[in-house]
Design a protein around this ligand. Sequence first.
Ligand SMILES: Cc1cc2nc3c(=O)[nH]c(=O)nc-3n(C[C@H](O)[C@H](O)[C@H](O)COP(=O)(O)OP(=O)(O)OC[C@H]3O[C@@H](n4cnc5c(N)ncnc54)[C@H](O)[C@@H]3O)c2cc1C
Length: 413
Amino acid sequence: MVERDVIVIGAGVVGLSAAIAAQSRGFSVTVLDRVGPAAGASAGNAGAFAFTDILPLASPGILKKAPKWLLDPLGPLTVPPAYALQIAPWMFRFWRACAPDRVAQSTAMQTALMDLSKAELEPFLNATGTADMLRKEGNLQVYESDAEFRGSLPGWKAREDHGVAFRHVKGDEMAAIQPGLASRFILGTFTPGWYSIADPKLYTLALADHFRAKGGLIETGEVVDLKPGDSTVEIRTADGKTRKVGQVVLAAGAFSHRIAKTIGENIPLETERGYNTTLPTGAFDLRTQVTFGGHGFVVTRLSTGVRVGGAVELGGLQLPPNFKRSQAMLKKAAMFLPGLKTERGVEWMGFRPSLPDSLPAIGRARATGRVIYAFGHGHLGLTQSAGTARIVADLLSGQTPSIDISRVSPQRF
Ligand SMILES: Cc1cc2nc3c(=O)[nH]c(=O)nc-3n(C[C@H](O)[C@H](O)[C@H](O)COP(=O)(O)OP(=O)(O)OC[C@H]3O[C@@H](n4cnc5c(N)ncnc54)[C@H](O)[C@@H]3O)c2cc1C
């Protein structure tokens, strides 16, 4: 079954990339979003194509760090008491995914997805006229002690085993990569294969412009349910309208499980809420993206400013944001990057769409082959957008994707 008309639900980086990939295969594509392009996590993220980040967050390493982090209500990882009960089943699955054999399987899957996404990225940027937004400035992860550095070594060994290039640096070599770091950071690891985008919101909007220029439609509407029929899927929106279409791509980020539920599928999607502050351009002379791994945040140079952010708050989709978290990261950043100008920052909170094993859900719905899921990329939605788009276009075309996607099957839970 290859139906040529497609509706993509969600105009974030994943939905728009998939829409463009489908359009380039000759499908007639409409994107439907309740707000419009770049309304969700794709707008405010840290802008990294973190291709070397192949280790799942669900791993024994995080289990070691989590108890200490959880003690600090403004630290890298928080569970607001008001959401603790709701998130418990997800955390249990997360804990189960930390078993060594599961971590090995997830790492292999993540590596395949990263390799595909990296291979697809530059052709995709060229085709969409966005290649000038790509920055190949790498990433510098910094450590405050020998113990912290040694603790990171098993992770680097695992990356090395999967062909990731990096080098450990210190002293002048580290200062040459990123001048001006506080002296408390005595060691670092530089990964040159880590890229970034000039600005993730401008990139997503540029994808929307490209899609429209090629004849694609972007419509506004909040999808409330899907009804699969024999030869179409009916999409109903909150304004009472219905649309019938041959194939649907569900890419509504952290809200996707609500729509999947309307066709009888329970997907344990949760959100890891993340925070940041974007300072004006020139707030610091950043040469690379810097990761303060022990503190759970990064500092990124964008064309539109300097973005300080990260952290994980397992607080669901309803609780109001707690911007004390972005302020706490900014305060630390000012200590770690002496001279950082912290005035006139703009705060933001976004919903990472996260599944408990740190892998996305890409594949057909159980109820109907006419609905393809593409969500749950967690910390890596921008990074894996071009690879996901390729897989979605293959599935829409009735082709077997170039990598084995059984480990990201939506039915794996
Ligand atoms: C602080 C932070 C930093 C991050 N840094 C990075 C990074 O450096 N690199 C990286 O790769 N990833 C990063 N991420 C993760 C990344 O932002 C996400 O994985 C990615 O943006 C998800 O894209 P998406 O298109 O799936 O979802 P979104 O961008 O959230 O888009 C979903 C869209 O669906 C729409 N929608 C929702 N419900 C409905 C409905 N019912 N009907 C119609 N439309 C609907 C929304 O309006 C939205 O436009 C970060 C995230 C955060 C929070």
